[in-house]
Write a protein that binds this ligand. Sequence first.
Ligand code: SF4
Ligand code: SF4
Length: 376
Amino acid sequence: MQMSDSTIGIDAPGDSEAEVARVMQICNACRYCEGFCAVFPAMTRRIEFGKADAHYLANLCHNCGSCLHACQYAPPHEFVLNVPRAMARLRGKTYADYAWPSCMGAAYRHAGGSLVLALLASLLLFALLPAGQVFQSVDRPGDFFALFPHGTLVWMFGAVFAFAALALGVGVGRFWREVSPGVPNVPAASEAARSILTLKYLDGGHGEGCNNEDDAFSLWRRNFHHLTFYGFLLCFAATLAATVYHYVLGIPAPYALNSVPVLLGTAGGIGLVVGPAGQLWSNLRRHPLHGDPAQRPLDRGFMVLLLLTSASGLALLAWRDTVAMGVLLVVHLGAVMAFFLTLPYGKFAHGIYRSAALLKWAIEKRQASGLKLGSD
Ligand code: SF4
Ligand code: SF4
């Protein structure tokens, strides 16, 4: 379906939950998009869409755009039906509503500012910590711990990461309880894990991919997501390997280029450069009716932060034996710290909430439908 720029900015009335309920009522009567993703079969199990249902469905949506381009009621139709936008708006509200502590919900609403603040504060902290030695060469080239003692870094990052995991866990726990997921079982958990690890619902339901800038299908968004996701996991594995080297094997950093931590970190770093750069490129080209324009600072800020983290990490590896090591280390540690600080209050949260929604869907589809109206 062709949609002109004149339709930009047309939004249906009502708050986010009410708008999701409205679009789902219309879709429930139409059901043309039933095979596109999990949202529509989950929708057919309901005839009313209360707050918890709306939040669940919003987080089940992967914002692939297919149902916008297929819809006969999309703008400029008088129904102004834009399912991806309604879902995206409510997802943003989910993160804020369920945030812990509750006051930190404001960080989502001002995601761009929060991220910039976290990054500047982190960079300043690491620039000041070594008391001006950043620009001086160190006795042992590549020895990061000559500038920042290993124990200090472990405590700083460990404490912030533990808090971030707790905050995210409490927030998602609140969401999980409210959407009444039922009891997880092995088949449901493995199906949800497969959907998460393969990003199943970014294939458009037909395997050809999402819509991005127009009604053509593309798998690029899914590929870039995969590079980001698996790049992140490889970097995490590199950190675990370095921990084993340090504490179990008693081998202090810096590690050789062919060591396990460096090989894992390099592969992960490359994934975390290409993936977020590709996602940013896709995001800048996205159709103006996709997603929630108000959340662009949240989306793009997160991609830029990931890029800064990975690019500074790779640059640090390349120039760790030079006088530039100190400055690169400050930038890298500052970026990683900003990433940790914003972990529970930024875009990272979408992966956790969506995983919870996918698990609920995998549980729910195995239960008998109370309505006996849908394809289930
Ligand atoms: S998005 Fe449009 S075409 Fe798809 S089910 Fe809803 S009303 Fe029907
Ligand atoms: S945008 Fe994609 S994932 Fe979201 S409801 Fe529409 S078809 Fe499903």
